[in-house]
Design a protein around this ligand. Sequence first.
Ligand SMILES: [Zn+2]
Length: 151
Amino acid sequence: MKFIATKELGRLVKWLRILGFDTEYFKEDNYSKLKISALRDQRVILTKNTRLSQPRGIKLVQIKSDLLNEQLRELFQELDIKPDKNLMFSRCTLCNIELEPVEKDKIKHKVPEFVFNTQQDFIVCPVCQRVYWAGTHWGNVSQVIKEIMLR
Ligand SMILES: [Zn+2]
């Protein structure tokens, strides 16, 4: 399932990408363009804008909460989906592009020495070249996932 989210949902966009969902961030106010984009790529529209009406042929989810955990829960309940563990941490949170494995030696100058010495697996965004690794870099992701799933 793919998403396109309106500008007030920046934090949710980042988290959906972390969870592995192809999520476009639409920062403009041009709603006809938004609908065209959603239709073209078969994306579900996510918005907090209550003036945005349900367009024909496109699924739209109105997000009510201001809290990230609640927003994720609302979304998963509404669409009856769950994040897939195998897809988590596979997408650049900035570019929405799938990350690629990279040889450790090639990123030596791009990560802190401590990280280089303690981590084995690194992945890189082919667009912005940002390097990702397991552990601290993704912050409290697993905690948030746990909280969403438990309720
Ligand atoms: Zn990137």
